[in-house]
Ligand binder design. Structure first.
Ligand SMILES: [Zn+2]
Length: 171
């Protein structure tokens, strides 16, 4: 059986045993996690979130790039269109991790410049090689985004060798 067939087969089991038709578009915990797409650090899994509790946006490194900011602003408009809003009472968690693959390209301005839409001279300030500094940087970027008022932002680093998260920036 190929991988796709295997996953579709698992979906049948999911639909038959764990599917919940009462979930809403608004996540139950009013929380958005921005995380890395590394398969070891699935935010819902490592934070123990149940189906429908959190929204997750993932990219290489879990970084708050200009694209991620646009994603959040658009998501806020989607929420408003659904007569909700993303603002007061909402949490945004930036979740970085140890052994992140993005650290392997920390000296590649040819890649990181377009990714962050920055000139090479501004790249060192992003701390691509240091998840603790990077998470603090990205929390700051979210807190200074005027199009996302009222959200509470925090920063965590997940240790892939222990399974534990460390709160680096408190909400
Ligand atoms: Zn990563």
């Amino acid at each position: 059986m190929g991988t796709v067939e295997k996953l579709v087969d698992r979906n049948r089991t999911f639909a038959a045993t764990r599917f919940n038709d009462r979930l809403r578009m608004r996540p139950d915990l009013a929380t958005i996690v921005i995380g890395c797409l590394d398969s070891r650090v699935d935010p819902a899994v490592v934070l123990g979130a149940e189906h429908g509790e959190i929204q997750v946006i993932r990219n290489v490194g879990g970084r708050v790039t200009p694209h991620i900011l646009e994603e959040l602003v658009t998501l806020r408009e989607v929420a408003r269109a659904a007569t909700s809003d993303i603002g007061a009472g909402w949490e945004v968690i930036v979740l970085h991790h140890t052994q992140c693959g993005i650290t392997l390209i920390k000296d590649r301005p040819d890649l990181l410049g377009p990714y962050f839409q920055l000139d090479g001279k501004d790249l060192p300030g992003l701390s691509v090689g240091d998840p603790w500094a990077a998470v603090a940087h990205d929390v700051g970027a979210l807190r200074s985004e005027t199009r996302l008022p009222g959200i509470r932002v925090s920063g965590l680093v997940y240790d892939v060798t222990t399974g534990l998260v460390e709160t680096v920036v408190q909400p």
